[in-house]
Design a protein around this ligand. Structure first.
Ligand SMILES: Nc1ncnc2c1ncn2[C@@H]1O[C@H](COP(=O)(O)OP(=O)(O)OP(=O)(O)O)[C@@H](O)[C@H]1O
Ligand SMILES: CCCC(=O)O
Length: 360
């Protein structure tokens, strides 16, 4: 049996996306959905390992693929220690940090754990590519204003890096030859200045920057502190207000930008104001990140699900078009990005990284 397939595993909070690639061709892909009642049984993300792995193996069998045909397995990497961008081979120290959630709990922590387990059975290598913990910050970007609180690099690194590579290809140059601001406009929003291939700052989609479909972004800090000490909320409830139930959800009761646009079309003035406020905050953050690059910006790229919206992208373009060319790369294709990351190291285009050698 020849080994020609790459299994790609991308665990999210409510589903595990799986795909099998042959070369650059996506042969088959599926969202394995997890009912909240199923996931409630587990108190920690790492405990979902056997449950999700079993579903993946059953799916492979249904699709007629054997693990003996795998050439490699790649998973989305999680909240590891701050690390340089790249494709990493999954090692035991990495598995340890994914299991304990060294920077926190995130469904993507399971990506490397499941990838290694299946790869070990198949006797092949496993990888992760550009996890959310990729950290290429300039030192100056780490300073927050309070010595005991650091600005941290947590961002949609996988899609942003993949888009940066694609734009460079389209422009017929190397990613290291370009300065860009890339705005990932998804359920969360990451706005990132890229200087010669490095993501040197970011808003941290969970804590700062523009509000998004379901996250609050930066809010007036004094009022937030008062809310925390009001006695009306638990820590969990406050966290949920910031990520999950903030942004469009808090104002309009939906995290679906398409629904909001429908509300606007039906004449809802509040929906219009809130949606424009989101566009306004996105544009303002892009402007701020352009200053990080001292205005030397070759392109501004809008990506993620909301980049499909002509209304939103036009609104943003009107405010930032004076800075640089605006390119739209709607949606995200993390499965392709994971597969491409493996190909870059298998072909020798890029050197594979080893986690324990790269992190402090
Ligand atoms: N055609 C469209 N027009 C407007 N908004 C859209 C369109 N398609 C998707 N969206 C919006 O994009 C958002 C989701 O984006 P995306 O799928 O990139 O997010 P996600 O993968 O759930 O989260 P994240 O990007 O934070 O990982 C939703 O608000 C969705 O309504
Ligand atoms: C922390 C940003 C990445 C994500 O929301 O998945």
């Amino acid at each position: 049996m020849s080994r020609e397939y790459i299994l790609v595993i991308n665990p999210g909070s409510t589903s595990t996306k799986v795909a099998i690639f042959k070369g650059y061709n996506n042969m088959v892909q599926k969202n394995l959905n997890h009912l909240s009642t199923e996931l409630e049984r587990f108190s920690k993300i790492a405990e979902q390992f056997s449950y999700r792995k079993k579903m993946i193996l059953e799916w492979m069998e249904e699709e007629g693929f054997s693990i003996k045909e795998l050439k490699a397995v790649v998973g989305r990497g999680g909240l590891l220690k701050p690390m340089p961008s790249g494709t990493y081979i999954v090692t035991d120290p990495m598995i340890h940090d994914l299991k304990i959630g060294v920077q926190g709990e995130h469904a993507s922590n399971l990506g490397g754990i499941i990838a290694k387990s299946i790869a070990d059975e198949a006797n092949v290598k496993s990888f992760i590519v550009d996890p959310v913990a990729v950290d290429e910050f300039h030192e100056v970007a780490r300073i927050s204003g309070l010595p005991d609180i650091k600005r941290r690099s947590l961002l949609h690194a996988l899609n942003i890096k993949a888009v940066a590579y694609r734009v460079a290809k389209e422009k017929n140059c190397h990613v290291n030859d370009l300065n860009m601001v890339i705005a990932h406009l998804g359920g969360g929003i990451s706005i990132v200045p890229i200087q010669k291939g490095k993501m040197i700052d970011a808003n941290n989609a969970n804590e700062m920057g523009p509000f998004s479909p379901e996250r609050s972004g930066s809010v007036p800090v004094g009022d937030l502190v008062k809310m925390c000490f009001s006695g009306n909320y638990t820590l969990g409830e406050i966290k949920k207000k910031i990520t999950g139930k903030g942004g469009l959800v808090a104002y309009l009761g939906t995290n679906d930008a398409r629904e909001v646009e429908k509300m606007i079309d039906d004449g809802d003035e509040k929906a219009k104001l809130v949606y424009e406020a989101m566009g306004y905050q996105i544009a303002k953050e892009i402007g701020a990140m352009a200053t990080v690059l001292k205005g030397e910006v070759d392109a501004i790229v809008l990506t993620g699900g909301m980049a499909y919206s002509k209304r939103l992208t036009e609104f943003i373009k009107n405010r930032i078009g004076f800075i640089a060319q605006v390119i739209i790369h709607p949606g995200e294709d993390e499965m392709t990005a994971l597969n491409e990351g493996v190909h870059r190291v298998l072909s020798g285009e890029e050197k594979v990284k080893i986690y324990e050698q790269e992190v402090k």
